[in-house]
Design a protein around this ligand. Structure first.
Ligand SMILES: *Cc1c(COP(=O)(O)O)cnc(C)c1O
Length: 396
């Protein structure tokens, strides 16, 4: 085990060591961590639904009706009425023929890419795609090509020189560590010109952006012919757990036959599906959550601009502040912790070298006062910790 301890020592030395904080009590913007209270600005609970009483109640009732474990995979005896109803409701919500539940977004991505492609095919991925999409490309039999972030020219030239039988373009809808939107209308055009399929993982868009929470396809006004493969996760804006793929009847039937991460795994607990059905109702009916969130984003960006803080260009609840080196990102994060704010530093390899950052996320559960207090704390911390003010120098 000597190699392991030297690896761990090196991680520490490089300020890349990761450790887990222990959370007590419900997921919320006011959160108890390692016994202390903080205001959290780093969860993906964008709509503040993770501990909503209606979700809790739906889960309790689901457990009473179905028990706790699903007992088997979907193809054996694990596919309950709760799963089935949720799939139908998600299909309707996304305007697709069908939807298929997976246990996690990671598994949805692995299963979908591998099911659709074989060794004669190629998958084209944005360089900043989520790790699960990159892994999906790597683990499939297809050839993986990565194009420069949001760069249609880079993608087009890769497509031009490809002789793959089937081509699949894969992108995050909202980039998870940067908060920017994929150029979906251009990607649709390129996919049609090259007869390539387009898959959009909208883990951070669905429920959050678009007037009705329809995510980046709704934001850009794109339909199911234009974005034929749509992935959503349920552990973020929906506040629960799990994921789904939405698309045509043929797509969903193919995944049921072939997606190994669908077939060879236990169905998620039906009570979780019941809680998600309750979440979907709130996503659809309580548009004030999105409206409040939009106002908070504006307030935060305006306040940061007044301080000269160089936020990344993002209109979503993901508002990263790039610091640069991992060590300094940790220092800023720790200084904020001392002031009562929980914002984890995101370091390589999650983000490229030299772009360690605070991934600040806003939630509909935040108040304007929370945002104002965060801005005050950021002003103090960037003044104290960053003597040469790299935060203010950073430009894209
Ligand atoms: C979080 C995330 C996933 C993984 O979803 P889980 O359900 O947490 O496994 C997939 N894709 C993107 C873009 C994500 O941000």
């Amino acid at each position: 085990m000597k190699e392991l301890s030297s690896f761990l020592a090196q991680q520490r030395q490089d300020h890349l060591y990761r450790h887990r904080r222990v959370v007590d009590g419900p997921q919320s913007v006011e959160i108890k961590v390692d016994g202390k209270e903080y205001v959290s600005f780093c969860s993906n609970d964008y709509l503040g639904l993770a501990s909503h009483p209606q979700l809790v109640k739906a889960m309790q009732q689901g457990a009473e009706r179905y028990g706790v474990g699903s007992g088997a995979s979907h193809l054996i005896t694990g596919h309950s009425h709760a799963h089935h109803a949720l799939e139908q409701e998600l299909a309707e919500f996304t305007g697709r023929q069908r939807a298929l539940l997976f246990s996690t977004g990671y598994m949805a991505n692995l299963g979908t890419v591998a099911a659709l492609l074989d060794r004669h095919d190629s998958v084209f991925e944005d360089k900043l795609n989520h790790a699960s999409l990159i892994d999906a490309g790597r683990l499939s039999d297809a050839r993986l090509l990565r194009y420069a972030h949001a760069d249609i020219g880079s993608l087009s030239s890769q497509l031009d020189s490809s002789d793959a039988s089937t081509k699949l373009i894969v992108t995050d809808g909202v980039f998870s560590m940067d908060g920017d939107l994929a150029p979906l209308p251009e990607l649709v055009k390129v996919s049609q010109q090259h007869n390539a399929m387009l898959m959009v993982d909208d883990a951070h868009g669905l429920g959050v952006i678009g007037k009705h929470g329809g995510g980046s396809p709704e934001h850009f006004g794109l339909d199911s012919d234009q974005v034929p493969i749509l992935v959503g996760t349920l552990g973020k804006a929906f506040g629960t757990f799990g994921a789904f793929v939405a698309g045509s009847d043929d797509l969903i039937e193919t995944l049921i036959q072939k997606a190994r991460s669908y077939i060879y795994t236990t169905a998620l607990p039906p009570a979780v599906a019941e809680a998600t059905r309750a979440a979907l109702q709130l996503v659809k009916t309580e548009s004030w959550r999105r409206e409040h969130l939009t106002r908070l984003i504006e307030r935060f960006r305006n306040g940061a601009a007044q301080q000269g803080l160089a936020l990344m260009p993002s209109s979503t609840p993901i508002q990263p502040l790039v610091v640069g080196e991992a060590e300094q990102a940790m220092a800023v994060s720790n200084a904020l912790l001392d002031k009562g704010f929980l914002i984890t530093a995101i370091r390589p390899p999650t983000v490229p070298d030299g772009s360690a950052r605070l991934r600040i996320t806003l939630s509909a559960a935040h108040s304007e006062d929370h945002v104002d207090r965060l801005l005050e704390a950021l002003a103090a911390v960037t003044r104290d910790v960053c003597t040469h003010e790299p935060l203010r120098e950073f430009s894209q």
